[in-house]
Design a protein. Structure first.
Length: 169
């Protein structure tokens, strides 16, 4: 929406709220979605101007915004409870496919058995080698290299043996 029409809608919203009309009714009268009206009413500039006009209406709008958020969370919780109850009934279905899907759905919602369970952890390994061990490893590598060059040991690279004569060239 362009800035000018939005400003007109916000001004109309302010006027309707000053008439003690709830946000849902304002949305219907302004032909806007309830979510859009909530977004406009939640903007800090809008709330500041509303507070300047009427502190009681400001308090009502803020309370309605808070209440609706709680209501949405509460509705989601209630719907989740109903969905779980329904899944529990479907687990006992005579049709094996339906029972299997219900069991699978319940298990996926359990964090301990979900297939898409997140595995958290530090994937970085840190190794510390003391100087004595490092010197010993370097000496061992040098001895092996000397043995390979003197053809005392075959040189291995992966699955293929390397001819010691080609390594000294």
């Amino acid at each position: 929406m362009h800035e000018a029409p939005k400003l007109v809608k916000i001004e109309e919203l302010t006027n309707l709220l000053l008439l003690h009309i709830p946000l849902k009714e304002c949305a219907a009268r302004l032909n806007l979605s309830y979510q859009t009206i909530r977004k406009y009413a939640s903007e800090p500039e809008f709330l500041d101007s509303l507070r300047a006009l009427s502190s009681s209406i400001y308090a009502e709008v803020v309370e309605e915004l808070k209440h609706e958020r709680k209501s949405l969370q509460q509705r989601m919780l209630e719907a989740s409870d109903k969905a779980l109850e329904r899944l529990e009934m479907l687990i006992n279905s005579q049709q094996e496919g339906i029972a299997l899907k219900a069991c699978d759905s319940v298990l996926d919602r359990n964090t301990e058995t979900a297939r898409n369970k997140k595995i958290e952890g530090d994937m970085h390994a840190r190794f510390t080698i003391d100087p004595v061990t490092l010197m010993h490893a370097a000496l061992t590598a040098s001895e092996l290299n000397t043995a390979v060059n003197q053809k005392q040991l075959p040189a291995k690279t992966g699955d293929f043996e390397k001819d010691a004569s080609t390594s000294s060239e």
